[in-house]
Structure formats: structure tokens, C-alpha cells
Design a protein around this ligand. Structure first.
Ligand code: AMP
Ligand code: MG
Length: 515
């Protein structure tokens, strides 16, 4: 879909490369010089492993326009779409203005008069409590076993019959009456897997048997073939066999009528095998939550597309979509949205129609180009919280409209991932009837970590087993919220409680696995 078509259908979502709407043109000699200097300064700051107090959205030295209460704003971005011919631009601009309608006017009014900015900052725990309080498990649907991997079971599964269903042999050999060595027995039949025999074992007789084959009537043991020799239709028994030897009783694994899987189980390979053994071909599974992922930002360019000065590749749509899929959700919308009120509102409305859970990244602060909060307010999504005492991820928004959940996550790539993991992932699990929260495990902090006075920090760490006690939590690099590469190799988040001073190396810290 080309940019013009995106505008034509009035949708706010850009799904394809090359459709980016760009703000101003800033590349130029002075810009390039400034870029080099700033780049060097930032590289130095990001690269030196242990930073000073970690910075966060709104706290980093701002390279952006000052944030303030915006009045009506002239948006020139349409005319700057790459590739738009002059006439097309004019037409786009006209359509864009026409398509804004009441939504954007009311959004602008909200901004002009100031949206109600709540000052409440809540803890991670409280934020999770509020999120989970809104989650009801989705309806069940019957899913064929071969498609049920990763799904959440909605009801207990009771075994219809015994597993194994019949007494069978654990060895290749002969079904006999258990007893002493030195006997010579007449071979009167064969029981193979899938081909039981009608012949019966009695004193002086043996029946050839394979592993897994049904034990013939009368037999009390199986002697393995290695302990026998055969000639003239007879088998000589060279070892003593106890009654029951090399036999598997019916129902040894599962007895008919027992519950083999419980509702709320995450279905893995073993669960599917056990379900098949229990006699079912389909399982009642919770419907997968439908998730819409929207990345906001005029600076965003689709992966693989060339960048102009001031642009960057959209990584959040991918990371958040991937985390949603991994949490069992079906990603039904994935796209980026320009920093414009009308497009933001349209895209959010579409997302609310298509999905149970809307995850939107960026644009959730109160700057003049942050349109997510006013748009959500306009669309009737009731705010539950906005701001968590968390680093990274303070400006996290959550709200609901009916049974729809909306997460407004900060745009910084690590903040987006961390807040998804801490708040959206538990919600997706709860919607599937799964245990929502990961088990917190203690670890020993490998490096000292400075506490933050009023915020809990979620450090990206690798957990290393230790012989003499708790696993060691080693940070994976810079903890700044835009350093996505330090999510590489991180297998847990480690939580530094707020307070004064430092947590020393070796101190116990709580962790949550993230993979
Ligand atoms: P915002 O929350 O919109 O103010 O964005 C904060 C920072 O995150 C800015 O530096 C953005 O460029 C960056 N950012 C926002 N969205 C994305 C995205 N989808 N992919 C990568 N970076 C992003
Ligand atoms: Mg933004």
C-alpha cells in the first residue's frame, strides 16, 4: 500500500515500508556537525558500562522540542511525505485536513485546555494488581491436538481409559509362567505389537512376544530373548523369572477416570502426548487474545528502508509483536502511526475494534507531539494509571474500554519491552487463564547497583549458576532505556528496590525470568 492509499482510506496505520510521514527537513551542514558531536557525547555516555544515575524518558538530556501545553498546531508533515509529487501532496493535505473531523478538533481542545494530568505514580505491584483486576479468561474453543501447542487449557482433562490400555511386554522374548531356569517349553504362538494372539500360556508352553505386545492369557512373566535358546519349535529357558518380570500392567501410567491435565495448563509437547493417551483428539483451549501493536512516531521507518536524517528504524512493532506472540496472543494488527491527532485516533479506534488488547508505543507523554493520551481519552478508554515508579518505564499508561485493554508504553525500545513484560504479558496470560505472574527467584547481584530514591529499577541481567548459593545476576551492559543491545543475552530482570545508597555486590535481589 502506498502512502497516498494510506491517506485515501483514511486509516491511520502505516503497515509498509516507504510510507513514513516525516516532520521537518533538518539535514544540512550545521546539522551534520551537531550530529557528530552529540553522537560522540552520547556514545561515550552509553559505552562506559556503569553509568551514573540511570536516566529515563523525560530525564535524559533532551534533544527534543520543549514540552509544554500545546494549543492548536499547524501540522505540515503531509506535505513532506517522501515520494509525494507536488499535486499529490496538495491533494493529500486537503484530504488529511478533511478527514480530521471532530475527533482531532476535540483532541486539540483537550490539549489546549490541558488534559487532566494525574500525578499519581504507583508501584509495579499496584500497577499489576490494577491490570490483572480487569482480566477475565477469554471463552474456550475446541482445538485439534496438532494445533494446540502453546495454547492454554480451559478445562481439566480426564482419562477415558487406562494408559497403557492393556498389560504388555517390556522386552522381546517369550511369555511364560514365571519360574526356575532349565525348563524347555513348546512355542505355541506369537504376540506382536498390534497383533495379539488367542493362544494361552500354561505349564510347558511359551508364546513368542515383542516389546509392547499384549501379554497372552495365562502368562505371568516374560523372559528376554537373550536368556533363551531356540531349537525344533521349543525354547530353553536359561534364567529364573519372577512373576511379573518384564511385564507392564494396564493403567500403570494413568488409570481410567483420573485427571491428567488441569485447567490453566500451558500445553507443551508432553501435555499433548498425555492428552492423546487420555483418549481425546481435541482440547478446550482459551481463545488466544487478539493483540494490536501500534508504534507511534514521525521518526519511524520500516525495517530495511533507507533512513533520512532524523529517522530511525521502528523496532518496537517487532519486539512488542514478538513478545505478544510468545505470550500466546494472536497479533492481528502491527503498524506504525504518525504523530498526528487524527491518525492516532483513527488507528487506535481501528485497533480497539480488531483486538482484545491494544499495545501502543511512544507518544504517551504530554509533549506537543504526543497524541496517544488525548486520543484514548477521546475514544472513551478509561485511564487506570499513568506512571509507574519504575525505571525504565515510568510513563506507562493503562486503561480499559469495556473488555478491551489498552497499554500505552513508552517509546524507548527497552522501556517498551520491559513494561510489556511487566504489565502486558501478565494480562495476556491471565486472559488465557494461565498463572499471570512469573515466579520471582532470588539471585546475588554480581555488581553494585545504585538505588534510585523513588523508583524501582528493573535491570537487564544474565543469571549464572553458582555452586555455593544463589545464581549470580550479571548486568548485560548499559542500562539506559534506548540501549536495546543490552536486552540481548538478558534472561531475567533484576529488581533494585528504591532507596538511598547502593546495593552491594553479592546482595540478594529478586529476579523474574524473561525468556
Ligand atoms: P516517545 O515515547 O514517543 O517520546 O519516544 C521516546 C524515544 O523512543 C524516542 O527517542 C523515539 O525515537 C524512540 N522510539 C519511539 N518509538 C520507537 C520505535 N517504534 N522503535 C524504536 N524507537 C522508538
Ligand atoms: Mg514519539
Amino acid at each position: 500500500m502506498a502512502a497516498s492509499e494510506a491517506a485515501k482510506d483514511g486509516r491511520g496505520i502505516r503497515r509498509q515500508a516507504g510510507e513514513l510521514l516525516v516532520g521537518g527537513k533538518r539535514a544540512g551542514h550545521r546539522g551534520a556537525e551537531r550530529r557528530t558531536l552529540i553522537g560522540e557525547l552520547l556514545r561515550r555516555r552509553a559505552g562506559n558500562g556503569r553509568e551514573g544515575p540511570a536516566l529515563e524518558e523525560g530525564e535524559e538530556p533532551s534533544l527534543r522540542e520543549p514540552v509544554g501545553m500545546a494549543g492548536e498546531r499547524v501540522d505540515r508533515s503531509v506535505g513532506n511525505r517522501p515520494g509525494a509529487a507536488n499535486a499529490e501532496r496538495v491533494e493529500l493535505h486537503r484530504r488529511d485536513l478533511a478527514s480530521r473531523g471532530t475527533l482531532s478538533r476535540r483532541c486539540s481542545q483537550l490539549r489546549r485546555f490541558g488534559t487532566a494530568v494525574s500525578n499519581e505514580i504507583i508501584s509495579i505491584e499496584e500497577a499489576r494488581r490494577r491490570v490483572l483486576a480487569t482480566c477475565r479468561p477469554l471463552e474456550p474453543e475446541e482445538i485439534a491436538l496438532e494445533h494446540a501447542l502453546g495454547r492454554a487449557l480451559a478445562e481439566d482433562v480426564v482419562a477415558a481409559g487406562d494408559v497403557p490400555p492393556y498389560a504388555g511386554s517390556a522386552m522381546d522374548g517369550f511369555a511364560i509362567l514365571g519360574g526356575p531356569a532349565g525348563r524347555r517349553l513348546a512355542i505355541v504362538g506369537e504376540s506382536r505389537a498390534g497383533h495379539p494372539t488367542d493362544a494361552a500360556v500354561e505349564e510347558g508352553l511359551a508364546i513368542r512376544i515383542s516389546t509392547g505386545a499384549a501379554v497372552p492369557t495365562g502368562a505371568t512373566a516374560v523372559i528376554r530373548v537373550e536368556d533363551t535358546s531356540e531349537a525344533d519349535g521349543h525354547v530353553s529357558v536359561h534364567a529364573t523369572t519372577e512373576p511379573g518380570q518384564n511385564l507392564r500392567a494396564a493403567g500403570e501410567d494413568v488409570q481410567a477416570g483420573t485427571t491428567v491435565l488441569q485447567s490453566g495448563t500451558d500445553l507443551g509437547a508432553a501435555e499433548l502426548g498425555v492428552a492423546a493417551g487420555a483418549g481425546v483428539a481435541t482440547l478446550p483451549c482459551r481463545r488466544r487474545p487478539r493483540v494490536a501493536v501500534l508504534a507511534t512516531g514521525d521518526e519511524l521507518v520500516a525495517p530495511g528502508q533507507p533512513l533520512r536524517y532524523g529517522q530511525l528504524h521502528d523496532s518496537n512493532a517487532l519486539t512488542l509483536g514478538a513478545l505478544a506472540s510468545r505470550a500466546g496472543a494472536e497479533v492481528v494488527v502491527r503498524g506504525s502511526v504518525a504523530d498526528r491527532p487524527a491518525e492516532t485516533a483513527t488507528a487506535l479506534e481501528d485497533a480497539l475494534t480488531a483486538a482484545d488488547v491494544v499495545v501502543v508505543s511512544g507518544g504517551v507523554s504530554v509533549g506537543p507531539h504526543d497524541h496517544v493520551k488525548p486520543a484514548l481519552e477521546e475514544l472513551g478508554v478509561a485511564e487506570s494509571f499513568w506512571r509507574v515508579a519504575l525505571q525504565p518505564g515510568k510513563p506507562t499508561w493503562f486503561g480499559t474500554r469495556g473488555d478491551r485493554l489498552v497499554f500505552g508504553l513508552p517509546g524507548n525500545p527497552v522501556s517498551a519491552m520491559v513494561t510489556f513484560l511487566l504489565f502486558a504479558q501478565p494480562a495476556l496470560r491471565a486472559l488465557q487463564g494461565l498463572a499471570p505472574l512469573p515466579i520471582r527467584e532470588p539471585a546475588a547481584l554480581a555488581h553494585p547497583a545504585r538505588r534510585q530514591r523513588d523508583r524501582e529499577q528493573a535491570l537487564r541481567v544474565r543469571l549464572e549458576p553458582s555452586r555455593d548459593g544463589l545464581p549470580r545476576a550479571l548486568t548485560t551492559g548499559s542500562q539506559l532505556s534506548h540501549i536495546l543491545t543490552s536486552m540481548l543475552g538478558a534472561d531475567a530482570l533484576a529488581f533494585v528496590p528504591p532507596g538511598h545508597g547502593e546495593l552491594g555486590a553479592g546482595e540478594a535481589i529478586e529476579t523474574e525470568r524473561i525468556r
